[in-house]
Design a protein around this ligand. Structure first.
Ligand SMILES: Cc1ncc(COP(=O)(O)O)c(C=O)c1O
Length: 475
């Protein structure tokens, strides 16, 4: 038996669109990168480089998208995953983490245990949340008002934002999704209005979620954009030294595993007044007395004028929608006037608002802490059996590394046949040749179901076995 070194680099995380093909080749994470592909990639990249003339504080001429490449490279993986019945799956929740697979009469359907949904505290079926949604719709006799928030708002929305602001010790604005919260924030960040009138150099973590990275061309139209390696604090400090105003855009908890080094980022903030935009969609609710989340719990009582945290109302929070935690009244006024989805699109619908109000009740009760604790216990059950890069972390996302896309799709299909739905992950979500199976553990999973899932994984991915001393072993 020998110890298997943990796979250290796993790139992508929904950011594949914005990487040049040569990035993947250079990192050496693309075992199947043929010499022809490398030559083509180098040609594309040198063409891109020739156009990059980013004057200090000026516009970057970089190219950020390569959609045709992504589609061409990933099409066969998507086709295979669809054919295997792993994508666009239909279902209806039954009890706990189980759902009835497919459509039609419930009695005819198989029950599957779900490890895909990101409802980490198991709140998405909570009676208080469902009741909150129904009550709000009944009170208004409506689901949706077709008008922008700069005009008319449901009277349930202000109490929701007040509740969230108090719980998370920030000025909270709710949005219908995190994607839209980010869409509204990126141009405002680029404008320099959050940094005393000076446009910042906006630095993206290479693995920042696509809902952030997607906006690089828009940000680059206003200011200079840089992309640095994942969690590369040295590179970020280098940029802070070089430029008077820098803003860093990253995830708090990464959807494919891992997290931002918040302590080190705060040190850079102290030293260089670094502006931080942290998308903690997956970290919210998991930590803190009121579920302030992974990122917010690591900042002082007052958020201040140099940090914005985006978060989800749909994942750990168990309702629907997204939010921004802002630190100052000026920031709030700016977003309520100039954030595009705020000014030109609709608010979260009434079911979402009512559900979120229901979830606030849970977040203010002792039940939250109990669920956080239960989640920790269930994560340990998984970690005691299956080795992943995330083993030992208190975050609930686990990526079982497999490598080949076809093998990962086959493993995920066999898990489904055994009664477990997991997410098969491949390019462009992660780099080519780094495919795997993502498992979202929740407080609502039965311990026995996690154990059985682990056994099924280990039957198929034996190098993920953990011995009695907690070490990874091969057979
Ligand atoms: C970091 C991050 N931000 C944003 C989103 C998108 O959230 P939403 O579905 O609310 O738009 C996700 C989705 O999983 C995410 O992982």
């Amino acid at each position: 038996m020998c110890k298997v070194p943990a796979l250290k680099i796993r790139q992508g995380c929904f950011s594949g669109y914005v990487e040049s093909p040569l990035d993947f080749a250079r990192r050496g994470t693309v075992p199947y990168f043929s010499s022809l592909e490398r030559t083509l990639a180098e040609g594309m990249e040198s063409e891109m480089r020739q156009q990059i003339v980013p004057p200090e504080g000026g516009r970057s001429k970089d190219h950020f998208r390569n959609t045709a490449y992504v589609i061409n490279k990933s099409r066969s993986f998507f086709d295979a995953a669809h054919t295997a019945g792993l994508m666009a799956v239909q279902g209806r929740s039954t009890t706990g983490r189980a759902f009835a697979l497919g459509t039609g009469p419930l009695d005819d359907r198989r029950e599957i245990i779900d490890f895909v949904r990101c409802s980490y505290l198991g709140l998405d079926n909570h009676p208080l949340i469902v009741a909150g949604a129904i009550e709000a719709i009944e009170a208004h006799r409506s689901l949706h008002w077709s008008c922008a928030r700069t005009r008319l708002n449901f009277d349930y929305l202000a109490p929701l934002e007040a509740n969230l602001s108090e719980m998370f010790r920030a000025r909270v604005i709710a949005f219908s999704t995190v994607m839209l919260a980010n869409l509204g924030a990126m141009p405002i960040l680029a404008s320099g209005m959050l940094t005393e009138g000076t446009k910042p150099v906006v630095v993206f973590d290479r693995n920042a979620h696509l809902s952030l990275a997607y906006h690089k061309p828009v940000v680059a139209d206003e200011t200079r954009v840089e992309t640095i390696a994942h969690n590369d604090i040295d590179a970020l400090e280098g940029l802070c030294r070089k430029h008077p105003v820098v803003a860093y855009v990253c995830d708090g908890v990464y959807s494919m595993g891992g997290n931002a080094p918040i302590k080190e980022l705060r040190e850079l903030q102290e030293r260089y007044k670094l502006f931080l935009y942290i998308d903690d969609a997956h970290g919210i609710s998991l930590f803190g007395r009121h579920g302030e989340g992974f990122a917010r719990t690591q900042f002082p009582e007052a958020l201040g004028d140099r940090t914005i945290i985006a978060a989800s109302l749909a994942k750990g929070f168990g309702a629907s929608g997204g939010m921004l935690m802002l630190g100052t009244g000026e920031q709030e006024a700016l977003f309520r006037r100039y954030s595009i989805p705020y000014a030109f699109s609709v608010a979260p619908n009434l079911a979402a608002v009512g559900a979120a109000l229901g979830s606030c009740k849970i977040h203010r009760s002792a039940e939250l802490g109990e669920r956080q604790k239960k989640l920790g216990q269930r994560i340990k059950v998984f970690d005691d059996r299956v080795a992943t890069d995330e083993q030992g972390s208190s975050l609930p996302i686990r990526m079982v590394s497999i490598g080949s896309e076809s093998k990962a799709i086959a493993v995920a299909r066999e898990l489904l046949d055994a009664g477990f739905y997991t997410s098969v992950i491949f390019f462009p979500t992660v780099a080519q040749g780094n495919a795997g199976v993502r498992v979202c553990i929740t407080a609502d999973h039965e311990v026995g179901d996690i154990e059985r899932l682990c056994d099924c994984i280990l039957d198929r991915v034996p190098n993920a076995i953990v011995d009695k001393a907690g070490r990874t072993v091969t057979q």
